[in-house]
Design a protein around this ligand. Sequence first.
Ligand SMILES: Cc1cc2nc3c(=O)[nH]c(=O)nc-3n(C[C@H](O)[C@H](O)[C@H](O)COP(=O)(O)OP(=O)(O)OC[C@H]3O[C@@H](n4cnc5c(N)ncnc54)[C@H](O)[C@@H]3O)c2cc1C
Length: 458
Amino acid sequence: MADRSMAAVRKRVVVIGGGFAGMNAAIHMAKLPVDVTLVDRRNHHTFQPLLYQVALAVLSPAEIAQPIRSIMRDHRNIEVLMDEATGFDLAGQRVELKTGAQLEYDYLILATGSTHSYFGRDDWAALAPGLKTIEDAVEIRRRVLLAFELAERQMQEHGTHPPLNFVIVGGGPTGVELAGAISDIARLYMAKDFRHINPATAHVLILEGGDHILAAYPPDLQKKAVEQLQDLGVSVRTGARVTDIQPGYVMISDERLLSAVTLWAAGVQASPLGKALGLPVDRRGCVIVDRFLNPQEHPEIFVCGDLAHVEEDGHQVPGVAQPAMQMGTYAATRIGRLISGERGSDGTGLNEPFHYFDKGDMATIGRKAAIANIKWPFKGHLSGLFAWLTWLFVHIFFLIGFRNRIAVFRQWAWTYLTFSDGARLITGSQELTGWDEEYHAAQNATVGTPVNVTTKTS
Ligand SMILES: Cc1cc2nc3c(=O)[nH]c(=O)nc-3n(C[C@H](O)[C@H](O)[C@H](O)COP(=O)(O)OP(=O)(O)OC[C@H]3O[C@@H](n4cnc5c(N)ncnc54)[C@H](O)[C@@H]3O)c2cc1C
C-alpha cells in the first residue's frame, strides 16, 4: 500500500478494473493530489478491439496486452494491486477483495466492464467460446487451427473429412470480425500449407437472431457489410435463433447445422460486480448512473465504461471503447474538481455533466474490408478498402502507450502483405470437442453440407 503517513489529508481513490475506463481514470489522476489504488484481477490491460487478431493468429497475445504495473510505472501516486473485488461496504466506504483484504476509499471508480451472456444456457460456454480475454482468444485460435489439422489427418487416413463448417452465433461487430478473419486465414493464409485438404473449402456462417447484422449501423452500411462478407465467402443467416448447441452441431428449432467449431458472439452482460453494489441496475446488470456517472445517492462512487448505464438524449451511451475512455477521464477530472472546488475552464465547473463525444463507429470485416459510420471530423459512411485503412490506422493510433505498437504495425503489415505465418500456434489440448461426433454425424447428415444460406440485406 502507498505510504500515507506524509499525506494524511490526501484523498484515497480506489479504481476497480484496468480496462479502457479504469486505465484512463488512473492516468488522469497521476497529477492530482490523491493516492490511487488500481485493482485488477489480471496483471495486464488488454486492447480488446484487436483480440480477434490473436484469435485468428495474426498477432501474438503480448502484442495487444501489457502489464498494468509497467504502464503505471512512472506515476508515483498510483499503486497497482492484482486482486479481485468481490463486494462493498458502502456505509464504511470499503471494497472487499477476494484475498480477504479491504480497501478504504474516499472516491471509488468502478469499471469492471462486461462479460458474455449465454441467455441462461451457461452450458453452451464450453461448446461455443466467446471472445473477451486473451485466454478466450488463444482458445479460439486453438480450436480453429485444430479443425484444419484434424481434417488433414482424417483426409490422409480415410480419404474424407467432416465439413469444415465454422458457425458464429451473433452478427454484431465481434461476430463479423471473427467470420471475416476465419475466411481470410482459410482462403489466403493456409492455402499452401496442407497437402490433403483444401482449406479454402471451409465454410463460415454467421447466425443472427435479429433481422439484420450490425444492428447499430445504418441500413446502407449493413447492406455493404453483407456484400463484403459474401465476397469473402461468408454466409449470413438472419432471423436465425439458435435453440441448442451440442458438440459438433448447432440447432435452429429442428434444423441441425454441422459445425466443426462454434463461436459465441451473441450476448453481453455487465460484470457481476455491478449487482454487488446493491444499487439499481438495468436488465443487463449495468449500474444506472446519473449524468455525473454517480449511482443513486452515492456522489463518491463513479461507474464507468461497459458497466455503466448512462443516458444521453434519451439513448443509452454504447458499450464501446471511446465512451469508456471518456467516462474514465471524466470521473478523474471531476474528482480533481471536487477536491479542489475548481470550477473548470468552461465555467460550468462542478455542475458539468458527462458528455459523450461520439466520433463514429467502425467494424472490420476482413482483409481490406470494413464499414465506418464517421461522425467526426466529418460525417459520412465508408466501406471497403478505405474504411479498412481508416480502421487500421485508428486502431494502431489507440495502441499508443504500448511500447510495442511499432512492432504490432510491422507484424500486421507483414502478415497482410505477404500472407505469412503470423502466430499460428496450437497450444493446450490436441482434442477438439465434437470432432468425432461430428464426423459420425456427417456420414448420415441430411443437413449441413454445405451450410444452408439465407441472406436478408434490407
Ligand atoms: C472482441 C471485442 C472487440 C471489440 N472491438 C471494439 C472496437 O473495435 N471498437 C470499440 O470501440 N470497442 C470494441 N469493443 C468493446 C470495448 O473493448 C469495450 O467497450 C471496452 O473494453 C470497455 O471498457 P471497460 O473499461 O468498461 O471494460 P474492460 O475493458 O472490459 O475492462 C474491465 C477490466 O476489469 C477487470 N475486472 C473485471 N472484474 C473484476 C473484478 N471483480 N475485480 C477486479 N478486476 C476486475 C478486467 O480484468 C478488465 O481488465 C470490443 C470488445 C470485444 C470483447
